[in-house]
Write a protein that binds this ligand. Structure first.
Ligand code: 5GP
Length: 351
């Protein structure tokens, strides 16, 4: 007989953060920087723990240059050549503490990763990324990367449950990427019926990781700065975004002009667009699990970064958290049936 879990699991849209009495005078009193020492690599990091996803339109060198100025992190996508990496590293040494090199789990991925990390020793983070982090092959790959790079910080995912977070940390990963199906251009839940509401996944996985001195990233599902604040409130150490960083000058992907308006192509890494581009099409045995959208062009990513940071600081002042690190301790979530008033949707001029 199948098991049914009757507890309600929650998404960002199902809750709001309750305001609390606070001694903070202004948003400028809030410190969004975090200092973290990772469990397995023993490396230290200091930055604002927001991450541009390793999608090929988002995790670009241009994105890293723009957002690392604010202390934000980029997981660089895995489609740059070694030559492109070397050129970037030579000219942008100041960005290197804020980037990770991404890897799949194939033999060729491992060789490529080894070349990048050997040629550019200042790259200290590795992001091992697969859609389904539950396979034994994935766990073995994490072990192999840990053995080859004992002092690099390893990000690994994606999973959504505590037991798998623990297994990956004990296999050598430092930071576990949490999220199956919440992404803006993801269709996994439609194609497979598999997933886990993101806020509950973050709460449960953070608890499992922190019990072992590990860390987690909430990956996917943030649609606005308020969702980012909720993810941190739920216990995420880092928040990764794709869609919120899409549509900017720093993004890869075609720019489209139509009826005098500009758009940028944005697509899931399992969409047929991505598979046509990188794998010569969708293999017969699998289905696309991502979609392709045209995002209205949004200019420089700088203003989006400032908007997210402003929202986060404000969430901290409303809840009385002087530091981002204190947000989970200050967070009380209220379940709600409606979180925003939509009466003027579609007729807003700007914000
Ligand atoms: P977003 O911030 O856009 O809501 O979510 C970004 C995350 O969606 C990525 O970091 C990645 O984990 C996930 N993602 C990216 N492409 C795909 C895809 O094609 N299919 C699925 N299932 N997830 C994707």
């Amino acid at each position: 007989m199948p098991n049914i879990i009757n507890d309600v699991k929650l998404d960002f849209k199902d809750v709001l953060l309750r305001p609390k009495r606070s001694t903070l005078r202004s948003r400028s009193d809030v410190n969004l920087f975090r200092e973290i020492t990772f469990r397995n690599s023993k490396q230290s990091y200091k930055g604002i723990p927001l991450i541009a996803s390793n999608m090929d339109t988002i995790g670009t060198f241009e994105m890293a240059k723009a957002i690392s100025k604010h202390g934000l992190f980029t997981t660089i996508h895995k489609y740059y050549t070694l030559e492109q990496w070397k050129e970037f590293a030579q000219n942008n040494a100041e960005c290197l503490p804020y980037i990770a090199a991404s890897s799949g789990t194939g033999e060729d991925d491992f060789e490529r990763l080894k070349q990048i990390l050997t040629e550019i020793p200042a790259v200290r983070f590795i992001c091992i990324d697969v859609a389904n982090g539950y396979s034994q092959h994935f766990v073995e790959y994490v072990r192999k990367v840990r053995a080859a790079f004992p002092a690099h910080t390893i990000i690994a995912g994606n999973v959504v449950t505590g037991e798998m977070v623990e297994e990956l940390i004990l296999s050598g990963a430092d930071v576990i990427k949490v999220g199956i199906g919440p992404g803006s251009v993801c269709t996994t839940r439609i194609k497979t019926g598999v997933g886990y509401p993101q806020l509950s996944a973050v709460i449960e996985c953070a608890d499992a990781a922190h019990g072992l001195q590990g860390h987690i990233i909430s990956d996917g599902g943030c649609t606005c700065p308020g969702d980012v604040a909720k993810a941190f409130g739920a216990g995420a150490d880092f928040v990764m975004m794709g869609g919120m960083f899409a549509g900017h000058d720093q993004c890869g992907g075609e720019t489209i002009q139509r009826n005098g308006k500009k758009y940028k192509l944005f697509y899931g890494m399992s969409s047929s667009t991505a598979m046509d581009k990188h794998a010569g099409g969708v293999a017969e045995y699998r289905a696309s699990e991502g979609k392709t959208v045209e995002v209205p062009y949004r200019g420089d990513v700088e203003s989006t970064v400032l908007d997210i940071l402003g929202g986060l600081r404000s969430a901290c002042t409303y809840t009385g958290a002087a530091k981002l690190k204190e947000l989970p301790r200050r967070a009380t979530f209220i379940r709600c049936t409606q979180q925003v008033n939509q009466v003027y949707d579609g007729v807003t001029k700007g914000d």
